[in-house]
Ligand binder design. Sequence first.
Ligand code: SF4
Ligand code: SF4
Ligand code: SF4
Length: 587
Amino acid sequence: MYRKKKMITLTIDSKQVTVPEGTTILEAARKIDIDIPTLCFLKEINEVGDCRMCLVEIEGVKGYKASCVYPVEEGLVVRTNTKDLIDTKRTILELLLSSHQKNCLTCVRSTNCRLQDLCRRFEIPDLEYEGQMPEADMDDSSECIVRNTAKCILCRRCVNVCKKVQGVSAIGNVNRGFNSKIGVALGMGMKDSTCVGCGQCVIHCPVGALVEKSNVGKLREALADKTKHVIIQTAPAVRATIGEEFGMPVGTLVTGKMVAALRRLGFDKIFDTDLGADMTIMEEATEFIERLNKGKNLPMITSCSSGWITFAEKFYPDLLNHLSSTKSPMEILGTLIKTYYAKKEGIDPKDIYSVALMPCSAKKAEIIRDELKLEGGIQAVDNVVTTREMARMLKEANIDLASLDDEEYDDPLGEATGAGHIFGTTGGVMEAALRSVSYILDGTEIKNVEFKQVRGTKGIKEAKINIAGKEHKIAVSQGLANASKILDEIREGKSPYSFVEIMTCPGGCINGGGQPIVDEYKASKIDVKALRAKALYKADKKAKHRKAHENQSVKKIYEDFIGKPNGKEAHRLLHTHYNKQEVYVEK
Ligand code: SF4
Ligand code: SF4
Ligand code: SF4
């Protein structure tokens, strides 16, 4: 039976606060805007009290207590800022720094690093002593992320995100004592591990010990090469987040400013991945109807999230036939750039350098997949840069995105519908597909295009839909640990669903591993995922067309070049296949 929680009143730094029982002192303090410093704390993921930065003094209680794990009690009197506490925290920071590779001037996390922030806040003086540095281990074997143990503070946030949110457990503690470090079992590199490249560990690492693998140097060279026609496409979710890197509030939609900024940087054409998303819907919805008719390989599962594809290939190879064979929006647009656009403009595809601005680190591995190579063995997309990397490039070129006036995407691959825009948030692919399924089936246009049941941040969302007079159950999941629950059911033959959307990252691409990193304290005050999603729903509402099949450029591409969705040419250019990946999984 539901029991209303008892309310508890306590005093923190002379201020009273009343919170439900079970709340920790840290959370109670945050309620009254007292920012007790933390390094290892991540709500519901890493509540271990290891780093000791959140220590507080409690009247009548012996010794300092870690506030992130200490529950409130009636009448407690807590101090967070006595001189002794501050001195203790200064010592903790000095000890951390004594074995830390302190190259802030060249570190990509500088100005957005929790350790650096705290050192500034606690006025850590010049360090007189250098501690013994543990043996540094730089692992850049993965296409997606780089791990540098010399900057690791052993907070274990990455380990628990990977295990609890993604259900992957690619990394963990290796060695003991002074040589303890975060790494892959058996001394393997990330490339050979179960890692899916999602970058969730990167956005939750408080320092620069985990970063995305950068290909920015290659992009600079391409932009300077006059023989290259350099094209960039921008993913749905980036327009809702890149403004944050230029001081704009979380959830600011900056589509036009982003296009203007990219034009200043020197791209020859700026196209919209959202057109690729609209085409994904045309293909995927048609494929879904075909599978329903044949009653085969159901439930069908979406295939646009690259971390999820790797996860399926590594953990659920027996279920690969359930995945839609439709390429991701990025790969569809890349393919159109090097085939349709190249032909139309009379450019040799080999002279095109195709770049994708993505919210995701896993996309860096997707572009080199053999299965996605085009005629002549060329890649459809030559380089992926993340939102964070692009923001750094723009700043380096003195381009202040926030101050620019809106500009439009280029033709002929710049037109997108609201359905394409919402691909960037959890539930968006499903909602976009549902807007077009009945039209593709029998030409029926649905009136209400908003499917609220599949929106929001719940781990697994379910809905019932009616297709051709028959009711179907569908599901939307975010975070791979949630996906596993659905996949296990399918494996056991117990799945009630016809169609499933799986997004690798919690919240979908708006919270991808390449997105702006929001400090944990700030993230506890605002709902970052909901605000970013709201920006995409705003873009959808503002769009001239809100269903993928209404995209006029997409119609023209089918008429002039591809033929019909799921036809022979569509299969040659817009579909792919998947293969089992052998990995060592520690039992
Ligand atoms: S991780 Fe932080 S403290 Fe360490 S070098 Fe980078 S910015 Fe500086
Ligand atoms: S990238 Fe994703 S799968 Fe790989 S270690 Fe990080 S959280 Fe785990
Ligand atoms: S890599 Fe980052 S998140 Fe992982 S333990 Fe080290 S500092 Fe913490």
